[in-house]
Design a protein. Structure first.
Length: 178
């Protein structure tokens, strides 16, 4: 039986964090590392540990001390392009807490880790103050992603519907601040 502790990541965690994130983009996304999409994965400390109002959380398996899951939050709203202009305008940088990199290693899935990480990230957004909304996007075909995000928030843009034929399976969500 595994038990997990959710905590803020430290510099000592960054190699394992990077491994969880890279494994996810290669295995689950099938894209591999794409520099303009994934620069934060290579240097998560600069993106999430150092800037004020940003955070990086880890779920650590208390049995062996390994990082089983990650979740991050920053103050960068969705950029245009590639996102629709109206979406970038609705969720401006500085006012929007964006959830990122909520990834769980396959052997640790279905144990509530993503939900626990999101709860802690939303708590951080409220404690930090100044955020007017919480935004995220996901690929509609990722295992479990749509079900999770639909229970926690509402779809604000489904690119499969709003941009048919564009080849995008991205779905954008807004989550309520707790």
């Amino acid at each position: 039986m595994h038990d997990y502790r959710i905590r803020t990541a430290t510099d000592a965690d960054l190699d394992e964090v990077r491994a969880v994130m890279l494994d996810t983009v290669y295995r689950d996304f099938g894209t591999g590392y794409v520099p303009h999409w994934h620069a934060d994965i290579i240097d998560p400390g600069s993106f999430y540990l150092r800037p004020p109002r940003h955070t990086l959380l880890v779920a650590v398996d208390t049995h062996d001390g390994t990082v089983a899951a990650t979740g991050a939050l920053d103050a960068r709203g969705p950029a245009h392009p590639p996102n629709p202009r109206w979406l970038a305008d609705r969720y401006p940088s500085g006012e929007t807490a964006q959830l990122r990199r909520v990834y769980v290693r396959p052997e640790h899935r279905r144990r509530g880790l993503a939900g626990r990480l999101v709860t802690e990230l939303l708590d951080f957004a409220v404690r930090d103050g100044g955020y007017r909304s919480v935004y995220l996007h996901t690929n509609a075909h990722l295992c479990g992603a749509m079900a999770l995000w639909q229970t926690l928030g509402k779809i604000v843009c489904d690119e499969r519907v709003e941009r048919p034929g564009a080849g995008s399976d991205v779905v954008h969500f807004e989550l309520p601040l707790l």
